[in-house]
Design a protein around this ligand. Structure first.
Ligand code: ADP
Ligand code: MG
Length: 283
């Protein structure tokens, strides 16, 4: 059973001089186990959209559902919805506040009324999922960690709720290449274990490599929702929306312009390499 947004619209501060329409008639279904990339220019509505998936915002028109539970302000299911749909905000490290890493990650599970043993098991498991060594990190203050480590603590805190869907709003923003790679690798692994992932990203390279499906949002409208390769086939249309295609795809377009008979629909460095070798007759 999926997350379903149906004819969903949302406006910030309606009826005031600051009224700001953010989503228009959005239809989106996220099935369990999928890895979906969500891209769009700054201000296009990405953060607004994902906050509708776990009841932080409520639709002004249309509806939002998670596994057949309607997301409504007074629903008795809201707690369960927010547990099922884990949301990692932008710069989630700003929300770390406990004295130790282990206490911070345990914060969510404690609200579920689990016993001590189960809470501890979940903390260990969540730390393992983000490659933080339990013995080494459990007693450390989150504030002394590196940027990438802090962010992994924040992600572990959401994972410890054992969500079915994990939504991340630009989880790699501001990290160095090593920190980025670690997080992306862990997301891939989590998805392989069956967790559905919705990745909001500015990096076309990252979504090309990881996502199966790409949703493109422009001025509050979903304009594409298709297999990654199909969406990046629309390079011109994406450019008009201020969006890009993966670097390797740009390279292939340049090579084609220069007369090399390569296919353009190349998403990863490995595919690019194979394609160039093929055309040069070395494959
Ligand atoms: P994105 O995450 O794609 O950058 P947002 O969902 O944050 O986009 O924003 C969508 C639109 O809603 C933008 O026009 C933005 O200015 C507006 N908006 C976002 N948050 C607020 C808010 N708290 N109050 C008023 N307008 C907002
Ligand atoms: Mg945003």
């Amino acid at each position: 059973m999926p997350i379903v947004l149906q004819n969903l619209s949302y406006t910030y501060q309606p009826g005031t001089p600051y009224e700001s329409p953010a989503l228009h008639d959005v239809n989106l279904t996220i099935k369990s186990g999928q890895f979906v990339g969500l891209i769009g220019h700054t201000g296009s509505g990405k953060s607004t959209l994902i906050q509708h998936c776990n009841g932080l915002l409520f639709p002004m028109a249309g509806q939002a559902m998670v596994d057949n539970m309607a997301i409504l302000p007074k629903s008795k299911d809201l707690k369960e919805i927010r547990r099922k749909v884990g949301l990692v905000f932008q710069y989630p490290e700003h929300q770390l506040f406990e004295e130790t890493v282990a206490l911070d990650i345990a914060f969510g599970p404690k609200t579920l009324g689990l016993d001590q043993g189960e809470i501890q098991r979940r903390v260990r498991w969540a730390m393992k999922m983000v490659d933080l060594d339990y013995e080494k990190f459990k007693e450390l203050s989150p504030f002394g960690l590196s940027g990438g480590e802090k962010r992994r603590v924040a992600i572990a805190g959401v994972l410890a709720m054992q969500p079915k869907y994990l939504i991340l709003d630009e989880p790699c923003a501001g990290l160095d290449p090593k920190g980025r790679e670690e997080i992306l690798y862990q997301l891939k692994r989590l998805n392989e274990k069956g967790l559905a992932i919705i990745l909001v990203s500015h990096s076309m390279d990252d979504v090309a490599r990881l996502a199966q499906r790409l949703v493109v949002i422009h001025q509050g409208h979903i304009v594409y929702d298709d297999a990654v390769r199909q969406v990046f086939g629309k390079a011109k249309e994406l450019e008009a929306m201020g969006l890009d295609v993966p670097e390797v795809m740009k390279l292939m377009m340049r090579l084609k312009e220069k007369g090399l008979a390569v296919h353009q629909d190349v998403l990863t460095i490995e595919e690019g390499q194979d394609e160039i070798l093929r055309v040069l007759g070395h494959a």
